[in-house]
Design a binder for this molecule. Structure first.
Ligand SMILES: Cc1ncc(C[n+]2csc(CCOP(=O)(O)OP(=O)(O)O)c2C)c(N)n1
Ligand SMILES: [Mg+2]
Length: 348
């Protein structure tokens, strides 16, 4: 039996306005979702053209969850998005040409060619780059929240993790620590029902990952991750609560990973009917229909937005292709912190 609160869908435009989004914001959310998918689709083509070294990951099916949470964050908040969360980078303002440059290991990617694929983030935009070890970014997000508390800054940290990574000790340690200190952190679980080829019933024995929150002393919420507005509403509540001193929330966004773990994996182990069922809940299609039914989205507006996204991505690809390979002479630049970098302001 579920312990976490199971959040319902968002109904009317009125309800969305109450949650803080006007019509212009809604169109921006829609556009960000299209850009997110477009970046990954074009990235896939680059991969097939042999232009991307290493592997290639996408978050297809997770656009509503990633864009929804990032839309609820304030500029001064920080986040640690993972490999399914391209929508966070896009919503925070990372320009697509820099993402393509990153994919291809070029100088103008956020890591300047030092790391590959989605191991990137722009710290100027409040994002901290992921490392492979999952969920190693949860202690980092929790540490950010502790720093905000010590410095008395009204900021919130958002830490993402997959449902598979919820089995690791770092998840437990982060949540115990954040719960006991009531830190301003929101834990977002991208529950896409698979951890590589392992299904959820072999990952955890509760109904929801968010059911665990109560035992850490904070609220757990499960939301349909294909409903961008419901995700936004729940993320906003959790972030506002954390900022006001109410402590952490564990927000679980339920989706299905609509592709293989990465490009090398054809996901033969996922039952076909499951894909067919979740394809009917495509987050972009779902939101497009909602906008038409509830916010008067017209054919002209839709065409204009789609054409704008197409132009953006085409010019982004051209610009990224012009970005040079990094100079081998500077291989270790920016890889190791200097003593000055480590001398953070609150230690002075
Ligand atoms: C500590 C650790 N063990 C194993 C891996 C290899 N690995 C990378 S992704 C992945 C599956 C993770 O599943 P989940 O947390 O559900 O995230 P998803 O990929 O489904 O978004 C595994 C096992 C890793 N990166 N880190
Ligand atoms: Mg998973």
């Amino acid at each position: 039996m579920a312990i976490a609160r199971e959040a319902g869908p968002v109904g009317s435009l009125h309800e969305v306005r109450e949650a803080g989004l006007d019509r212009e914001d809604l169109l921006t959310v829609y556009r960000n979702m299209l850009v997110t998918r477009g970046v990954e689709e074009r990235g896939h083509i680059l991969y097939r053209q042999g232009k991307i070294p290493g592997s290639f990951y996408t978050g297809r099916g997770n656009e509503g969850a990633s864009v929804g949470v990032a839309t609820a964050m304030s500029t001064e908040d920080v986040g640690t998005p993972l490999h399914r969360d391209m929508g966070v980078h896009i919503t925070r303002g990372v320009e697509p040409w820099r993402i393509f440059a990153q994919y291809m290991g070029r100088q103008d990617g956020p890591t300047h060619g030092r790391d590959g694929n989605v191991h990137m983030a722009d710290s100027q935009l409040g994002l901290i780059a992921m490392v492979s070890h999952l969920p190693a970014m949860l202690p980092v997000a929790t540490g950010c929240a502790l720093a905000f508390r010590i410095r008395e800054e009204p900021r919130v940290a958002v830490g993402w993790f997959g449902e598979g990574a919820s089995a690791r000790g770092d998840t437990h340690e982060s949540m115990t620590f954040a719960g006991t200190r009531k830190l301003p952190v929101v834990f977002v679980c991208d529950n896409n029902q698979w951890a590589y080829s392992t299904p959820t019933h072999l990952e955890f024995a509760t109904e929801h990952v968010a059911d665990r929150a109560e035992s850490y002393g904070f609220e757990g919420v499960v939301v349909d991750g294909t409903d961008v507005l419901a995700v936004y509403r729940e993320a906003k509540r959790a972030i506002d609560k954390a900022r006001a001193g109410g402590g952490p929330t564990l927000l679980e966004c339920l989706t299905l990973r609509m592709e293989g773990h990465a490009v090398h994996d054809d996901a033969f182990y996922v039952p076909k009917p499951l894909f067919e069922r979740w394809a009917e809940n495509d987050p972009i299609e779902r939101f497009r229909t909602w906008l038409r039914d509830n916010a008067g989205l017209t054919d002209e507006e839709e065409d204009e937005i789609a054409a704008g996204v197409k132009r953006l991505l085409t010019s982004a690809l051209e610009r990224a292709e012009e970005s040079p390979q990094p100079d081998p002479a500077g291989l270790t630049d920016g890889v190791y912190a200097s003593p000055e970098d480590l001398d953070t302001p609150h230690h002075k």
